[in-house]
Ligand binder design. Sequence first.
Ligand code: GLU
Length: 293
Amino acid sequence: MLVTRFAPSPTGHLHLGHVWSAWQAWRRARDEGGRFLLRIEDIDAGRCRPEYEAAILDDLAWLGLEWERPVLRQSDHLDRYGAALATIREQGLAYPCFCTRADIRREIEAAGAAPHGPPDDLPGNQQDPMGGLRYPGTCRGLSAAERQARIGRGDAHAWRLDAAAAAARFGALTWRDEEAGAVAADPAPSGDVVLARKDVPTSYHLAVTVDDARQGVTLVVRGADLFAATHVHRLLQAILGLPAPLYCHHPLLLDAEGKRFAKRDRSLTLRALREEGLSPAEVIALAENWRSR
Ligand code: GLU
């Protein structure tokens, strides 16, 4: 049976791009006699707000979407992600990383790139495909004794995937995208992604992979900005022995200047459109027209 989901992070109000993702996922499930799930991705306690979560549920209900209860809220399941991290560690495919963001930038500079601006200014090969800094692997080379000593004395640390070792262990992997077809997984450009942050015992990559499998999601509908992340998720699925769903990465809705919508752009939030008096059908038509411009 087809199982789709919409997985917003309650860090702001939904905008037209989210409307498109949610509506597509819901419509596919409805048309094909499947199930539609809603998942609140709220692991980032510093940025997520209960009032945004409430607004998201209210907006989706207003749009006419129906989802199964209970809604999975990731912050309620941190133990699950901890267990998945343990599985990866047991296979020797994760390592503790003690670096700060400043350490990472310094390391990249020392390697000769000398970036001085924000991450956006980094040359392509220093950046991961999701727009962050690609980790230069500093802590991968620490000895077991040093790792233990630093953890023992309470040094703050994240856990990172040893992406090259994992890719070598699992060999050629593919995943399927409805638009792109069969895709050869290439997690290398993302580098050694964080599996568990210093402040949160998981990361987006780990939690989304665990939950899509746990909830039996068979089709992941999301924006093309997460296409690169799927390469990483496919590798994590292999390590954790989880099935790979089908993906549909839809093109991003762009604003009048050709820039993608961001949660900070208030004008095209569902809230603002509702306040302007648009009906649900008009909002969906707007998203559809936007997409075909
Ligand atoms: N929580 C993510 C976001 O709000 C989406 C994750 C996903 O669809 O895989 O951008």
